[in-house]
Design a binder for this molecule. Structure first.
Ligand SMILES: *[C@@H]1O[C@H](CO)[C@@H](O)[C@H](O)[C@H]1NC(C)=O
Ligand SMILES: *[C@@H]1O[C@H](CO)[C@@H](O)[C@H](O)[C@H]1NC(C)=O
Ligand SMILES: *[C@@H]1O[C@H](CO)[C@@H](O)[C@H](O)[C@H]1NC(C)=O
Ligand SMILES: *[C@@H]1O[C@H](CO)[C@@H](O)[C@H](O)[C@H]1NC(C)=O
Ligand SMILES: *[C@@H]1O[C@H](CO)[C@@H](O)[C@H](O)[C@H]1NC(C)=O
Ligand SMILES: *[C@@H]1O[C@H](CO)[C@@H](O)[C@H](O)[C@H]1NC(C)=O
Ligand SMILES: *[C@@H]1O[C@H](CO)[C@@H](O)[C@H](O)[C@H]1NC(C)=O
Ligand SMILES: *[C@@H]1O[C@H](CO)[C@@H](O)[C@H](O)[C@H]1NC(C)=O
Ligand SMILES: *[C@@H]1O[C@H](CO)[C@@H](O)[C@H](O)[C@H]1NC(C)=O
Length: 544
């Protein structure tokens, strides 16, 4: 929680006054206190949002070719649309996917000038957590971090979503462990990079069988691992419904004690057309504003799914009846707000983590930190590695081969979110994981000359490790990050020896190669986070 600073507000106000004619003042960042959002000046902030993206499914499904249009890199599109968003009374847009390598300054500045904040999803159609075979790995980490890097400097970024509707029914709740790991790692990344405090949240679907467990899971446990805000995609108010008929009353009761801000990350059922948006008066009315911080209408663009407020063609945008209806409703919505100084936080307790069982499959122990340095240290410590340049199909065939020959060789790379037992290197790239498994097999075969071959797809290397690497692997291998682990055998031997700081390619087979620790304890978790934050050099120092 960022503290309220009179000095910085005064300075901003001053510079705004001095340069008002030539410089556009950045919008004041939105800060979180307890379960609510505030401007830095202490006025409460309610989201009057619109989802703003063409042709990306809101349910996280991927398009076949992974392409998408980045709306914040489209100057003509922003020029066309921002005036209409402003006319609607929009103060937040939600964008589902950007291309981090493009220039967003034009659109972001136009949004700033018009008082519009951004909620940005970190995934995109070619880089996201797949609910049917979930992973949180170093490649996703790099892609999500690139979005953070592209956006963190803009003061009108309200927050990031680390996932949208990933677990969406009872049979894929295990995927939530990986999404929560993404939340944890992106929060730590924002801190490591010394960016302004920017919240990381999650946007959920509204499946009755899992919604309570989902909301509790992402809020439970250590707050460093938990969401900073909760977005609810909810379509239960259709036509001229009511607070009770829509179930909004029940949802509001469920979130009455939630410890972080909650809001509707998508709303606007379209089964009754044209939409009248009568729910707007409920969302910004006295029944809900103590619990909810507004909502985001799905969506700006008219497409095949028929949720549009406008239809666009080239540089023109035409208002649809839904635009006019929403505009009227928002204009008459006047939420009564509480000033930050008058708000005493009462929801100070996180929810309990749901127990795993028939209706919930994600353990409270999270997957390991997706630390790319741990992976490269791991590979350099190995004696037997996979050839470089193997295709994806070759790699997966070779996984089947080596794990089939010796399943223990794959312990360090096989995650299970339900048991909460993850290989320490399950977050590494496919080729790094294959190398790990080959090396374990080779080692379990007492380094027999034929055991590092796999039809010519493996080769012997001379392992090398810096002192810092040895320490990092030792920490990872004995629960610095994941809950279970396998240290590459040479590294384990080296790390357990007190004097060695040179490379170890001798054939010591360590009994410590497979250590099972069922749960993270706090100290080790903090140590893992510390290693992540401080990097290799710090890790070496702290452990030696
Ligand atoms: C705080 O800032 C917001 C946005 O600029 C403004 O609407 C509001 O009136 C301000 N509140 C106070 C108390 O100055
Ligand atoms: C996601 O949305 C797409 C496009 O609207 C639809 O074809 C697909 O069936 C949806 N998938 C799920 C899992 O809801
Ligand atoms: C992102 O933009 C770059 C530069 O135009 C392009 O090469 C790349 O393919 C884009 N990525 C995606 C996922 O569209
Ligand atoms: C979950 O069930 C749906 C059908 O309702 C199925 O399409 C999907 O593949 C299942 N997912 C998993 C992970 O079993
Ligand atoms: C963000 O601001 C910092 C400090 O001014 C600058 O070094 C960095 O390049 C900026 N990043 C982007 C993506 O604009
Ligand atoms: C607030 O709740 C009461 C009691 O359920 C209900 O009668 C009223 O219509 C609600 N107000 C709005 C604006 O939905
Ligand atoms: C919040 O209330 C719900 C019931 O509405 C309850 O299940 C949950 O335990 C409560 N959580 C806290 C942290 O008090
Ligand atoms: C890789 O495997 C997939 C699925 O088994 C198959 O459809 C594809 O053709 C294979 N690609 C190559 C290059 O063999
Ligand atoms: C995780 O382990 C449990 C218990 O051994 C097993 O039933 C389940 O199928 C495993 N899940 C995955 C995704 O492998």
């Amino acid at each position: 929680m960022k503290t309220f600073s009179i000095a910085s507000v005064t300075a901003a106000a001053l510079s705004g006054a001095l340069f008002a004619t030539s410089v556009i003042a950045d919008l004041p960042p939105i800060v979180i206190k307890g379960s609510h959002f505030f401007y830095e000046n202490g006025t409460e902030f309610f989201i009057r949002g619109v989802a703003y993206q063409q042709d990306v499914s809101s349910n996280g499904s991927t398009s076949t070719d992974g392409t998408f249009t980045d709306p914040l890199a489209d100057e003509a599109g922003c020029t066309r649309d921002v005036p209409l968003l402003t006319e609607l009374g929009t103060n937040v847009i939600r964008v589902y996917a950007i291309n981090a390598s493009l220039d967003h300054s034009f659109c972001m500045n136009l949004l700033q000038e018009n008082g519009i904040y951004l909620l940005q999803d970190l995934s995109n159609p070619s880089s996201s957590i797949n609910r049917n075979s979930p992973e949180w790995n170093t490649e996703l980490f790099a892609d999500y971090a690139a979005v953070v890097d592209a956006m963190a400097n803009y003061t009108n970024v309200l927050g990031f979503f680390a996932g949208n509707e990933v677990s969406n029914e009872a049979n894929n709740t295990d995927a939530s462990a990986y999404v929560k790991a993404a939340v944890r790692d992106m929060k730590a990344y924002i801190k490591t990079k010394d960016y302004r405090t920017i919240g990381v949240g999650y946007a959920t679907n509204d499946d009755a069988s899992i919604r309570t467990n989902l909301a509790h899971y992402f809020n439970c446990g250590d707050s460093a691992d938990a969401i900073d805000f909760w977005g609810y995609n909810i379509y239960s108010w259709c036509g001229d419904s009511s607070y009770t008929e829509s179930g909004y009353d029940q949802r509001t009761l469920e979130f009455a004690n939630y410890s972080v801000p909650a809001f509707f990350a998508e709303y606007g059922c379209n089964t009754v057309q044209p939409r009248q948006f009568t729910e707007v008066q409920a969302i910004y009315g006295e029944n809900m504003t103590d619990v909810w911080s507004g909502g985001i209408v799905y969506m700006y663009f008219q497409e095949a799914n028929d949720y549009g407020l406008v239809s666009v063609s080239g540089t023109t945008a035409s208002k649809l009846p839904d635009f006019t209806a929403l505009s009227k409703q928002l204009a008459s919505a006047t939420p009564s707000s509480t000033a930050s100084a008058d708000y005493t936080v009462t929801n100070t307790v996180a929810q309990a983590c749901p127990a795993t069982g028939s209706s919930w499959a994600a353990a409270s122990a999270l997957p390991p930190i997706a630390n790319v340095d741990v992976c490269s240290c791991m590979v350099s410590s190995l004696s037997c590695v996979a050839n470089s340049g193997l295709s994806g199909n070759e790699t997966s065939t070779l996984f089947s081969t080596v794990c089939g020959l010796d399943s223990s060789a794959c312990d360090g790379i096989t995650p299970n979110a339900t048991t909460g037992i993850y290989g320490a290197y399950s977050m590494c790239s496919a080729s790094q994981k294959l190398s790990f498994a080959f090396n374990q097999y080779y080692s379990n075969q007492e380094q027999a000359s034929t055991a590092c071959d796999f039809n010519g797809n493996a080769n012997i290397q001379s392992s090398s490790e810096s002192t810092a690497c040895k320490s990092m692997l030792s920490a990872a291998g004995t629960a610095g990050t994941g809950t279970v682990t396998n240290i590459p055998t040479d590294a384990a031997a080296a790390a357990s020896s007190t004097s060695s700081s040179t490379s170890s390619s001798s054939s010591k087979k360590s009994a410590a190669g497979s250590v099972v620790i069922p749960r993270l304890d706090m100290t080790l978790l903090q140590l893992g986070a510390y290693i992540f934050v401080t990097g290799l050099a710090g890790a070496g120092m702290i452990l030696l």
